[in-house]
Design a protein around this ligand. Structure first.
Ligand code: AMP
Length: 220
């Protein structure tokens, strides 16, 4: 008997260091291929901006670039995935989740079709993150040099003013890197052993990375 929870759709997991372009590629797949991306970081930032009790509890942790408690993010991701499936979204991307072995094991009952690992050097990521800007709603991502909006400082999609994320400061970026190496590397090995991992060179242009990711997902 299958050990996986039967879910009415496909889930692709995106793993990669901060600034590796997971969100950008997820956004392209949403626009061009009808995927729906659920970003773990965005769900948490939403809780913070709404000022919910969860948001108040995790604000400090997220702004410092540490991981929030595993059960909290597992619950949020499972709930959001179930809501999206109910809304008829058949192809889901988990962007930035699971990020620790505990999270991966806690979701082993959900069938994941493909795991894409975005590989990029630390130097490049630092350069990318320092120019990263997000829209006022935190949904659309730009780069001052590599992916500028049409009107400087304004989101092309919703007209909100662009800003820098609180955790894109040098100290928080270094912390997020350490967390990635310590907590998330083992997740990559976990999926590699299960033969689910597709490593993608994420240092090329968004269009090239997009094509590699699409191929990886299709071949699964
Ligand atoms: P991101 O937008 O993916 O860079 O995530 C921003 C921050 O949200 C991270 O630095 C963590 O504090 C928190 N976060 C995001 N995803 C997870 C996760 N899967 N587990 C725990 N904390 C997370």
């Amino acid at each position: 008997m299958a050990s996986h929870t039967m879910v009415p759709g496909t889930i692709a997991v995106f793993i990669g260091p901060p600034g590796s372009g997971k969100g950008t590629i997820a956004e392209m797949l949403e626009k061009k291929e009808g995927f729906h991306a659920i970003s773990a970081g965005e769900l948490l930032r939403e809780e913070i901006s709404k000022g919910t009790s969860i948001g108040k509890d995790i604000k400090d942790t997220v702004e410092k670039g540490k991981l929030v408690p595993p059960l909290l993010i597992v619950e949020l991701m499972k709930m959001e995935t179930a809501i999206m499936h109910k809304k008829g979204k058949k192809r889901i991307i988990w962007d930035g989740f699971p990020r620790s072995l505990e999270q991966a094991r806690a979701t082993a009952d959900i069938k994941v079709a493909a795991v894409v690992c975005f590989e990029v050097s630390e130097e490049e990521v630092v350069q990318r993150l320092s120019g990263r800007r997000v829209c006022g709603k935190g949904t659309h991502t730009y780069h001052t040099e590599f992916l500028p909006p049409q009107k400087p400082g304004i989101c092309d999609h919703d007209g909100t003013r662009l800003r820098q994320r609180e955790d894109d400061t040098p100290g928080a970026i270094r912390q997020r890197f350490r967390v990635y190496e310590d907590e998330t590397r083992p997740v990559i090995e976990y999926y590699r052993k299960k033969k689910m991992l597709h490593a993608v060179n994420a240092s090329s242009t968004p269009e090239e990375v997009y094509e590699s990711v699409k191929k990886a997902i299709r071949s699964s």
